[in-house]
Design a protein around this ligand. Structure first.
Ligand code: XMP
Length: 513
């Protein structure tokens, strides 16, 4: 792991992950930590700067989140953003005023001091504001360095102590010079070196895994998706055959998936890979089940059973590796909680470590998805793996509405194959976030030649999105949709009608179940 880092103290802002990504764009490593962080865990040599994030609370409200006030006197440069600026004011003895109206949206900023934080920033520029409270009186030793029409103290600084505050959000794209401001903080004020790169990450992580695993065995459930693939290749590089990957064919995979995984990981990367065909076990367990949540639970449980059994066959194992990513880590421990209602329980292997009594290795747990892809590229993993659309753990089971049978999986596999291969051929695959077909539990009347048919209906779903949280239906040109429909109806036996899903998320979800 890189030695130098920036700490982002989390007060619940929706923009926190964005701040982290912006910092990393300057090749500076950063971590998002809870506001309750123990000050003794902050390494003064490694920590080059601290960012106090924004947040939805008001510092004037009782019980609003705070942090150890000594964070501001460690001698480490600090910048408070929005809530962070107000908290800094309150802790250091200034005054924050509650305003009746929220200021939300673009605001013109006038810079009055161009030293350090606002170096190379024009006197007038556009920023993004989202706040109710504002700083009324600055703490002692602070100078105003910018104002806006509604916010007389829009940014302040104690130049000696290297403490800064901005009322606007520099991490948001609407703040025209936000990147320059962040860069000034990181490079000019914190003097952080730009040493964090995916190449250095891969190199350091390989040696860390070697040290951690010693000469013990590690197992990993390889799904063929981006995260587990990158984790597998990385760990394989560190400990070779002491990593055993288990690929479970649950019978709910896409066409030729098992073969593809074998080809890439067994042949190209020479990974110690065990492929287990457990499709009958999964399909038997799913027999007669139509409820989506029930399907997910059965698949999750069956996976754990199969994986545990296979792991026991390997002999003594000490570690379980998982491709957990940074957003999962942050969300799982966020003091401000994730989405309140469970829309869909996502099948994951969360039950595994507890059940198997293994220590965890999670080499990607500090990375965002785009960084994982970059590491994968460094490791020579083909684009075909790195650029793949997400595929849900329960696979085709949540794309077959109603009962899941082998016959229905086979039909859907063929339909999906025609859909995906056509959008690949037409150059659309990389423009779409996720595309797949859904098999509906109804039949429709058709005509083929002179014959009446009574066959299955499929729906095609393709969406554009950034993170899967919201999505829009993809505007695939009509001629291409026509080609796809023709191919499916002509080539896949048992299907006589194709529909295209034009709902966005929300209110629909991406998957149908
Ligand atoms: P929804 O349908 O919730 O999907 O809009 C958002 C993203 O999550 C994927 N998804 C799942 N992934 N297990 C997974 O591993 C699941 O049970 C599951 N359900 C949905 C979905 O494919 C999309 O990328």
């Amino acid at each position: 792991m890189a030695k130098e880092k920036i700490l982002i103290i989390d007060f619940g802002s929706q923009y926190n992950q964005l701040i982290a990504r912006k910092v990393r764009e300057f090749n500076v490593f950063c971590e998002i930590v809870p506001s309750t962080i123990d000050i003794r865990s902050i390494d003064k040599d490694e920590t080059k700067g601290i960012i106090l994030s924004g947040g939805p609370a008001s510092v004037c409200a009782k019980g609003s989140p705070t942090c150890n006030s000594r964070i501001l006197s460690l001698g480490i440069p600090v910048i408070g953003i929005c809530y962070g600026m107000q908290l800094m004011t309150k802790i250091l003895g200034g005054e924050v005023a509650r305003s009746r109206s929220r200021e939300y949206g673009r605001a013109a900023l006038t810079v009055t001091n161009h030293k350090h934080l606002f170096k190379n920033i024009p006197r007038e520029s556009v920023t993004w504001m989202s706040h109710g409270d504002k700083v009324k009186r600055m703490p002692k030793g602070f100078k105003r360095i910018a104002f806006s029409k509604n916010t007389p103290i829009a940014a302040f600084a104690d130049f000696n102590k290297k403490l800064y505050g901005v009322q606007f959000h520099p991490e948001v794209a609407h703040t025209k010079f936000g990147k320059v401001i962040l860069k000034n903080f990181l490079k000019d004020i914190c003097r952080a070196k730009s040493e964090w790169s995916m190449r250095s990450f891969a190199k350091d992580t390989v040696s860390e895994i070697r040290k951690a695993a010693g000469n013990k065995r590690v197992i990993l459930g390889l799904s063929g998706g981006v995260d587990s693939s990158v984790a597998a290749v990385l760990i394989n590089k560190a400990i070779g055959r002491r990593l055993v990957c288990i690929f479970v064919d649950n019978g709910l995979l896409r066409k030729a998936e098992a073969r593809r995984v074998r080809e890439i990981f067994l042949k190209t990367f020479k990974i110690n890979l065990k492929c287990v065909d457990a499709s009958k076990e999964f399909l038997n367990a799913l027999s007669g089940v139509t409820d989506p949540e029930q399907k997910r639970k059965i698949i999750g449980k069956t996976f754990i059973r199969v994986f545990d059994r296979e792991a026991k066959r390997i002999g003594s194992v000490d570690f379980l590796a998982q491709g957990t990513l940074y957003p999962d880590l942050i969300e799982s421990r966020s003091a401000f909680g994730g989405p309140s209602a469970t829309i869909k329980t996502h099948h994951n292997v969360g039950g595994l470590p507890k059940k198997m009594n293994l220590k965890l290795i999670e080499p990607l747990k500090y990375l965002f998805k785009d960084e994982v892809r970059k590491v994968g590229k460094e490791l020579g993993i083909p684009e075909e793996v790195l650029g793949r659309h997400p595929f849900p753990g329960p696979g085709l089971a949540v794309r077959i509405i109603g009962e899941v049978t082998k016959e229905r999986c086979d039909i859907l596999r063929e339909v999906d194959d025609r859909f995906i291969s056509t959008i690949r051929k037409e150059g659309l695959y990389d423009k779409i976030w996720q595309a797949f077909a859904v098999l509906l539990p109804i039949k429709s009347v058709g005509v083929m030649g002179d014959e009446r048919t009574y066959e299955n209906v499929v729906a095609l779903r393709a969406v554009t999105s950034v993170d899967g949280m919201t999505a829009d239906w993809a505007k695939i040109p009509h001629e291409i949709l026509g080609k796809i429909s023709n191919r499916i109806i002509n080539e896949v036996k048992g299907v006589n009608r194709v529909a295209y899903d034009i709902s966005s998320k929300p209110p629909a979800t991406i998957e149908w179940e």
